[in-house]
Design a protein around this ligand. Structure first.
Ligand code: ADP
Length: 383
């Protein structure tokens, strides 16, 4: 009586040089409802699989042209084929060779002539693992495609919003300068709020653009020999107003013989500005912010930005570099923020061959340290 066909027919490649062996296996597998292809040796099998993969390979060991060991070596070394399950089919006297095949990556084995019940159980178990693997791969591919689509969408939206936003900011500035007539106090305050919000949105759009460029691999850095001193002065300038407004005491300690670093100058300034700006945002008025740098070992400079601010509770240290994460204290502080700055900063440091870490204690302050490689003496300067 023919067997019940299995619920999901699969494509199985039988590799054996003896037509009589091929025939027996082919019949057994067809009875289980599977579609069967035949190959007379390993080389033929690999050619067939490269043209059209199968769901399962039933592999003989001793064959002319290419034996089962070599076939397994090639299959398991090929990223496009290594996930295909292989059941080794061999003579009962061949246990040692079967063990060798399993070490080479075969999933299972059967002795000839294959027992019908055992054959069905092993084939089905292998096929089920393959189906699971295929489903996982499909889910991963779908997740990656969705993530790419999200990155493209974010970059498109941030690009499209940039122009109208700069129009809003421009008109607000004009109005605040009384260009379109004098303003009363209430109007001035209202427009001041619009100006702040437009500034926040501009930062958010710039951050989103950076993040999507980093995620899609489209951020192009231009590394050159950069003077850390110059980059620090530019960052200091960028946060000067913020520091003055909160009466922060900023001290910068850079050794005079600091070597140039290998970095994209604009991105290095962005890293420094972000760390200094955070130090100031999350430090109460009249607090202290310090920036220092020193060469470590032969190959890198270590830069530290520390503050006497609100600090970060230890329980959430591992979330600080997660995009959009802000501590409750940061949200309650009234300081503007997107929660994107540190995640971008970390990626920018890493893309330039460095690392960033921090220590922080609530109420006592935080200290962020990053490394950046020293420029080889032959690297042309960006100045
Ligand atoms: P934000 O735009 O909120 O400043 P960041 O990504 O730069 O975003 O920082 C993420 C969060 O890490 C901040 O919201 C704040 O909670 C915390 N943080 C960063 N720097 C400091 C610091 N110097 N002191 C205390 N908390 C900080």
């Amino acid at each position: 009586m023919p067997d019940e066909p299995t619920s999901q027919p699969a494509h199985i490649l039988v590799v054996d040089d003896l037509p009589s062996n091929q025939l027996i296996l082919e019949r057994q597998l067809r009875r289980l409802g599977h579609q069967v292809r035949l190959a007379a040796n390993g080389r033929e099998a690999i050619e067939q699989l490269r043209a059209a993969p199968a769901d399962l390979i039933m592999l003989d060991i001793m064959m002319p042209v290419m034996d089962g060991f070599e076939t397994l070596r090639i299959l398991k070394g090929d990223p496009a084929l290594r996930h295909l399950p292989v059941v080794v089919v061999s003579a009962l006297s061949d246990v040692e060779n079967v063990a060798r095949c399993i070490k080479l990556g075969a999933e299972d084995f059967l002795f000839k002539p294959a027992d019908r019940v055992l054959l069905e159980a092993r084939v089905e178990a292998c096929l089920e693992r393959k189906r699971l693997h295929d489903r996982e791969q499909a889910a991963m591919a779908a997740a990656e495609a969705a993530s790419r689509a999200k990155d493209v969408f974010v970059s498109m939206v941030s690009h499209e919003l940039r122009n109208p936003l700069s129009g809003i900011a421009g008109y607000t500035d004009m109005l605040l300068l009384d260009t379109l007539g004098p303003l009363n106090q209430a109007q001035r305050e209202g427009l001041g709020a619009v100006q702040n919000l437009a500034g926040l949105m501009t930062t958010l759009l710039a951050d989103l653009t950076d993040l999507s460029q980093i995620e899609t691999g489209n951020l192009h850095l231009q590394p050159a020999a950069v003077s850390l001193n110059t980059a620090v002065r530019a960052a200091e300038e960028a946060v000067r107003r913020q520091m003055i407004a909160k009466q922060h005491q900023l001290s910068i300690g850079l050794p005079t013989d600091l070597p140039d670093v290998l970095a994209d100058q604009m991105r290095l300034i962005q890293i420094l500005t972000n760390l200094l700006s955070n130090a100031s945002k999350y430090t109460p008025p009249r607090g202290r912010v310090c920036l220092s740098a020193a060469p470590i070992a032969e190959a890198a400079v270590e830069v530290t930005v520390s503050d006497s601010g609100i600090g970060i509770p230890a329980a959430i240290h591992d979330q600080i570099f997660t995009p959009f994460f802000r501590t409750i204290d940061a949200r309650n502080s009234g300081e503007p923020g997107t929660g994107l700055g540190l995640s971008i900063t970390r990626r920018l440091v890493e893309l330039q061959g460095g690392q960033i870490n921090f220590t922080s204690h609530p109420g006592a302050g935080s200290s962020f340290t990053f490394t950046i490689p020293i420029a080889p003496s032959a690297t042309p300067s960006s100045e």
